[in-house]
Every structure is written in structure tokens, then in C-alpha cells.
Design a protein around this ligand. Structure first.
Ligand SMILES: Cc1ncc(COP(=O)(O)O)c(C=O)c1O
Length: 342
């Protein structure tokens, strides 16, 4: 085995690492980056992140490649999405340069926690922006904290690259039609916990939401986008209430390159019957093939894999994405940054 810790024992969970980075915003500007070895943050009990959910976050992975060097994937896209989430919640944007600088420092300081190449695990970075100053009326804060911690993680879905079954949820929405679904904010996830519990209690790995306005079209899972393969076409939902997934964006480019057409459009639930393959995708989920989807509203089960094996296009997309992230093939898209000081 090459450098790095054994990643095989990690689930998608929190494991303590050595350092995190913090940066405070006050008087209209971001301060200096501070490095901390504490897992705790001092917080006022009336802080807006606690009172009114004024909080946004991100999820990024650092990968130890085949050549043992450390790579991050499309980090600027996460910075841009965090900026969009901040605008959505009336929080100051974290500049891309600050975001990337903090990520670099956090990876460097926790280098020993980056799993070895070959285990499928990676070092997950979790950037957060929190409204820190007290408010009791519904107002935005004057002061903010940008914090980034790191934890080694395995795959989001316990089966890894094997099929999981999912269930459509009709009794709960993840986000409102003109609400915060397109932002990565904690409130969306708090609102998804009950639906996730329902799906899990019924034996499914995850819940799939429909568009909250008409309840006719597929939206996404609780923690990932979805896409289907229909003949020679990669089809993924176009919706204002889903998080714009950087993985999905990248898979669409790869899909074209491996000979698929790409359609990003509203997808009627019933169209699932025409899909040869169906997958969840995201930084955590990577490409997670779905075995079947149950719709309790109609009693229909849509079956994609009879033998539990991923379909050929899902596998081709997964292989190509990981080969870029782990430095096994040339990164012709310029998506990866190698930290050559590590
Ligand atoms: C609700 C939701 N959708 C989609 C995604 C996938 O986005 P990305 O590919 O940028 O990780 C995530 C995870 O980050 C998510 O939480």
C-alpha cells in the first residue's frame, strides 16, 4: 500500500482529525485565517445560525492519487455554490481565494488523515458559514464565522458501488417551490430528516423527492442528485428546487465524451419505467446505482437491476470520474488541482 491511512474502515461519518481553520467576518470584512485544534466553537446562544438557521455549508473531498499526490476536485465550483447559498440567506460571500486558501491549509494540516489510494475513501472537507451575532427579531446577523473542518470518509451509501433501493416520498417536501432548495443550507436537511426516517424504516437506503409544486417530476434524493440512462441518453432533472450538483455537472461532460447524449429536463415519475439505469450522484454518493425505486403513491416499483449489479453506463461514468479524481488518467478537463507542496 502507498502512503496514507487505511481508508477501508471509514463510513460516511465524523472522525476527529488534527486541525480546522476559522475566519471571522465583522465590520464588513473577513479577518485573518486562524488555525485551531479544538472541535468546538464559542457561540452566543442568540446567534442567528441557532435562532433562524442562518447557516450554509459545502462538501468537498481531497483524494490521495495513484501517484500518492493529493488532489482536490473543482474546488472553485464549491466556492461559487457557497457564495450562492450565502446570497440566498443574506450572508456575506466567502471569496473564492479565501475558500481555496483555507481548503489548502486544512488539507495540509490534516495530511496524515488522507486515506491511502485504493480504498475508495477520501478526506472530506466541510466548510460552514454561520451567522454569529445575536438577534431575537428575525434579522440577519452582523457577524459571521467561516469554518472548515476535515474528516476521513468512506462512501455515503453503505453498499458503495453496488445497487441500493430507494423510495419516492410524497408526504414531505425537501424544499418549497420558491424556497431554498437550490442552496446548500442546513434547514433543507433538517426538513428532510423525517422523510429519510420513513424511507429507512421501510428498508430503503434513501428517499427521493418530487417537485414540490406539482408533485409530478423527479427532484433529487436527500443528499444527492439523480440521473437515468435511457438508451443512449443521460437524463437528469431540471428543477429550481434541487441543489446544482458539481458531480452531476461533471458526469454530464463525461457522458458526452463516452458517447451518450445528455438531456437536462423535467422528468415525469412514470418515465422511470423507460430508464435502463438509474443512479444517485454527489461528492458523498459518487455514482450510486439504484436497484429499484418504489412509489408508494401508485404502488409501482421501477426495477433497474435484477442482479444487484450496476449497469454498464453507470460503471463507465463511475470509472472515468474516479480515474480523474485519483489521478489514474490525464485530467483533460482541468478539474483537478494537485497540492504539490504535500
Ligand atoms: C441535496 C444534495 N443534492 C446534491 C448533492 C450533490 O452535490 P455535489 O455533487 O456538488 O456534491 C448534495 C451533496 O452535496 C446534496 O446534499
Amino acid at each position: 500500500m502507498g502512503k496514507g491511512i487505511d481508508g477501508s474502515k471509514f463510513r460516511f461519518a465524523y472522525y476527529k482529525t488534527d486541525y480546522n481553520a476559522r475566519c471571522y467576518y465583522s465590520n464588513g470584512k473577513w479577518g485573518e485565517i486562524e488555525i485551531s485544534d479544538s472541535e468546538f466553537i464559542p457561540i452566543h446562544m442568540a446567534a442567528t445560525c441557532l435562532q433562524y438557521g442562518q447557516e450554509a455549508f459545502e462538501g468537498v473531498k481531497a483524494y490521495r492519487g495513484k501517484d500518492d499526490s493529493i488532489r482536490v476536485f473543482r474546488l472553485e465550483k464549491n466556492a461559487e455554490r457557497l457564495q450562492s447559498s450565502c446570497r440566498g440567506l443574506m450572508m456575506p460571500e466567502v471569496p473564492t481565494e479565501l475558500f481555496c486558501d483555507v481548503a489548502h491549509q486544512v488539507v495540509k494540516l490534516n495530511e496524515r488523515w488522507i486515506p491511502a489510494y485504493g480504498s475508495g475513501a477520501a478526506l472530506y472537507l466541510r466548510p460552514l458559514v454561520l451567522g454569529m451575532s445575536p438577534q431575537v427579531g428575525v434579522h440577519y446577523a452582523k457577524e459571521y464565522l467561516f469554518v472548515m473542518f476535515a474528516t476521513p470518509v468512506g462512501p455515503y451509501f453503505i453498499n458503495g458501488f453496488a445497487t441500493n433501493d430507494m423510495m419516492i416520498i410524497r408526504d414531505y417536501d425537501r424544499a418549497a417551490p420558491l424556497g431554498t432548495g437550490q442552496f446548500k443550507v442546513g434547514a433543507n436537511y433538517a426538513g428532510s430528516l423525517r422523510a429519510n426516517e420513513v424511507a429507512r424504516n421501510m428498508g430503503y437506503a434513501c428517499e427521493i423527492y418530487l417537485d414540490p409544486k406539482e408533485k409530478k417530476y423527479l427532484d433529487e434524493c436527500g443528499g444527492a442528485n439523480v440521473f437515468g440512462i435511457k438508451g443512449d441518453t443521460y437524463v437528469t432533472p431540471l428543477s429550481d428546487t434541487i441543489l446544482p450538483s458539481i458531480t452531476n455537472m461533471s458526469l454530464q461532460v463525461i457522458a458526452r465524451d463516452i458517447g451518450l447524449k445528455v438531456e437536462c429536463r423535467p422528468i415525469l415519475v412514470e418515465e422511470l419505467a423507460d430508464f435502463d439505469e438509474f443512479c444517485a450522484c454527489g461528492t458523498g454518493a459518487i455514482v450510486s446505482p439504484v436497484g429499484k425505486v418504489f412509489d408508494p403513491g401508485t404502488g409501482v416499483t421501477y426495477q433497474f437491476s435484477k442482479d444487484g449489479k450496476p449497469g454498464k453506463w453507470s460503471k463507465a461514468l463511475y470509472d472515468r470520474l474516479l480515474a480523474i479524481q485519483f489521478g489514474e488518467i490525464a485530467d483533460s478537463y482541468n478539474w483537478v488541482k494537485v497540492y504539490d507542496d504535500l
